[in-house]
Design a protein around this ligand. Structure first.
Ligand code: NAD
Length: 247
């Protein structure tokens, strides 16, 4: 199998895109560390599902926006599995509002989870990856980080920040055989988008050439590719999985 013997950590993997990525990495042969913040039950069920299919997975709670918790998460993974080959930064939240009405807490929290959380996990993972002289970091950004979106100045700033982080870190660690890439999903069917009104969904659909919303598995396919041998010479890239929405 493509990723057999390797260990992957996926943050915010209890549901949605993270869950689909964890499942797909396990299917490709990786042993998977599932991070969750509040959805313990879903994370444990996912670990059980992977085990039932013949894979290996274990779930750990951590709020990735907290530096100490992110560091402890990576330590736990290293202690349990003995290595870390693939980090998928996926944990994210939205707190949407027009700038005029956006509270400081909503700005701070979205930046803390969606940008600082990625920094925290990258920082904790880089040392063991550097020692091993190999590693794959996959950051889940968003087309909103490329194009902006009214009502999401906090989220768009965080996701644009993730793109800057990805390119800069790719330059820093390329010589250590560590690649860093970002996936920019468009409009994917998860709890995050199910909260949108029917009007907004219909409006979005009009802008998607492929004429449908994406599924979490559409994003997971690219994550597995970026983690695998076929992507060894790809780094610092932002690849959209958006049905053609942002082109
Ligand atoms: P989701 O809300 O279903 O899942 C997000 C996960 O992150 C949840 O399991 C949540 O518990 C976890 N999480 C939140 N805060 C956390 C924290 N502090 N520490 C650890 N885990 C935390 O959303 P999703 O749609 O699956 O989103 C996954 C990623 O994809 C996010 O980064 C999101 O911004 C991005 N994204 C989603 C879409 C979309 O259309 N759904 C589009 C572009 C980008």
């Amino acid at each position: 199998m493509l990723l057999s013997g390797q260990v992957a950590l996926v943050t915010g993997a209890g549901r949605g895109i993270g869950r689909a990525i964890a499942l797909a990495l396990a299917e490709a042969g990786a042993r998977v560390a599932i991070n969750y913040n509040t959805s313990a039950q879903a994370a444990l069920e996912l670990a059980a599902e992977i085990a039932a299919a013949g894979g290996e997975a274990r779930a750990w709670q951590a709020d990735v926006s907290e530096t100490d918790q992110a560091a402890a998460l990576v330590d736990n993974v290293l202690q349990h599995f003995g290595r870390l080959d693939i980090l998928v930064n996926n944990a994210g939240i939205t707190r949407d509002n027009l700038l005029l009405r956006m509270g400081e807490e909503d700005w701070d929290r979205v930046l803390a989870v969606n940008l600082k959380g990625y920094f925290n996990c990258c920082k904790a993972a880089i040392r063991p990856m550097t020692r091993a002289r190999r590693g794959r970091i996959i950051n889940i950004a968003s087309v909103v980080g490329l194009r902006g979106n009214a009502g999401q100045v906090n989220y768009a700033a965080a996701k644009a920040g993730v793109i800057g982080l990805t390119k800069s870190l790719a330059r820093e660690v390329g010589s250590r055989n560590i690649t860093v890439n970002a996936i920019a999903p468009g409009f994917i069917e998860t709890d995050m988008t199910r909260a949108l009104t029917r009007d907004i969904r219909e409006q979005m659909l009009k802008n998607i050439p492929l004429g449908r919303l994406g599924e979490p598995a559409d994003v997971a396919g690219l994550a597995v590719f970026l983690a695998g041998p076929g992507a060894a010479y790809i780094t610092g890239q932002v690849i959209a999985v958006d049905g053609g929405m942002a082109m």
